[in-house]
Design a binder for this molecule. Structure first.
Ligand code: IMP
Ligand code: MG
Length: 184
């Protein structure tokens, strides 16, 4: 099945709504880290490739707290033997997270597997703190516990594209967020 998304269709979340929410989140993040990042310290902002690249680019430009960026690439796949969904790391971080304040930026939390895995991975490396920011919290299919600190938009269900989100690797460049399956 090929779903065709057209950026001229009404968006679920428009460019303007996204820009407004991103600056609101930026203000919350600045206020939070203003107290904990002191002296020569910097916030380590970790983007989850590929989906987070658009949200990350917008979000870091609203931040005034000193920061560094790093990226990790994760992919989930179905293990045929156990039929469980597993997370595989395709690219590791380049910075050491030990003792650092880390802000993870992800496009969407769905069943929660990816962020749950990433949180455990980061925590095993001894960061000072880890917080999570997502563009979209899709709440209806959550299976793994994830505490989201910053959420731009919430939906129950449905498949979204645009603003970094893809369908079969397409549509990441659409500047707004679209849903075509009518669940929103
Ligand atoms: P989770 O591990 O189920 O939380 O899934 C997270 C990953 O699934 C995200 O990083 C996305 O890459 C992908 N994903 C989940 N829902 C959507 C969607 O509605 N549109 C595009 N990608 C999605
Ligand atoms: Mg993704």
């Amino acid at each position: 099945m090929t779903l065709y998304y057209d950026r001229k269709l009404p968006a679920l979340f428009t460019r303007e709504e996204i820009a407004r929410r991103v600056s609101e989140l930026g203000a919350e993040i600045n206020a939070h880290y203003a107290k904990s990042i002191t002296g020569e310290e910097t916030l380590l902002v970790v983007g989850v490739l590929n989906g987070a690249f658009v949200f990350m680019a917008d979000l870091v430009r609203t931040l005034t707290v000193p920061l560094e960026v790093d990226f990790i690439r994760l992919s989930s796949y179905q293990d045929n033997l156990s039929s469980a969904t597993k997370v595989v790391m395709l690219k590791d971080l380049e910075r050491d997270v030990a003792g650092r304040h880390v802000l993870v930026v992800e496009d969407i939390a769905d069943c929660g597997l990816t962020l749950n895995w990433l949180l455990n991975y980061l925590k095993s490396r001894g960061p000072a703190s880890v917080r999570l920011a997502v563009a979209v919290n899709k709440k209806g299919r959550r299976e793994f516990e994830v505490a989201l600190d910053y959420v731009a938009f919430e939906i129950e269900n449905g498949f979204l594209v645009g603003y970094g989100l893809d369908a079969a690797r397409r549509y990441r460049e659409f500047p707004a967020i679209y849903s075509l399956d009518g669940q929103n």
